[in-house]
Design a protein around this ligand. Sequence first.
Ligand code: R5P
Length: 282
Amino acid sequence: MIVSGSSSQSLAASVAAATDADLAPVSFERFPDGEHMAQVPYFDADEAVIIAATDSSDTHVELLQLQDAVREAGASHVTTVIPYMGYARQDEAFEPGQPVSARAMAKALSPGTDRVLTVNPHEPTVVDYFDVPAEAVDAAAQLADPLPEDLTEPVFLSPDEGAVNIADTVQGAYGRGRTDYFEKTRLSGSEVEIRPRDADVDGRDVVLTDDIVATGSTMAESVAALDDMGAARVYVTCVHPMLTGDATTKLARAGIEAIYGTDTLERAASTVSAAPVIATKL
Ligand code: R5P
């Protein structure tokens, strides 16, 4: 039986349909003091698959409660699918005194589950922080689906070398074009500096690819560099369309053709579903 977190209701319904599984009723309430109560009122199955993006501190708490609720209701096997794993980008202590937040989250979620699946974490090695079998699922190939068929000599380009594997995957799924990457230095939480290297994009259509678009700064700076370099149409694709604050406006003002992401986070740009690839792992 599939159990959805509050941030993953469409994806959970799609996975239920793809696997021909029942979708459990759930409710999400709050007490007057702000505490959460995520409930699964009529859970009646041996096996639970909880699908819950942890895109906020609140949804982390909800997921812990859902894990406990299905065990309480008698589930003997629990799979936890974390479509978007919050705090995964803090996968090491970058400065003295910082926590390894990804590890802290993984340790907290491990006792309530027998198995974990997560989609395109920022670093695949983050799955090693769980105390139960955990696997990273790759939904990047799906990002080629909405692209127009008539792209001109397309370049699939990641804003930094760390995400070039996503560019490679989308290029492979699209079936033609080539892959390249820029270099990026993060100046602050919302500011980045992009160095274009010598990528040849003049007159070509460019598909920017990344694991996540959060503030949109990385993509907006990349689009500005591409404009200077004479690129033709620019599309933005990502697995996790976080799109916080004014990110959507920032990218529209930058002059992109479109932005696509998957439904690991449910946004207007989530036009691609990660459900088929998750379903193959269940
Ligand atoms: C970090 O390296 C990630 O791959 C993304 O590039 C980054 O998280 C995007 O953040 P923002 O949209 O805030 O620039």
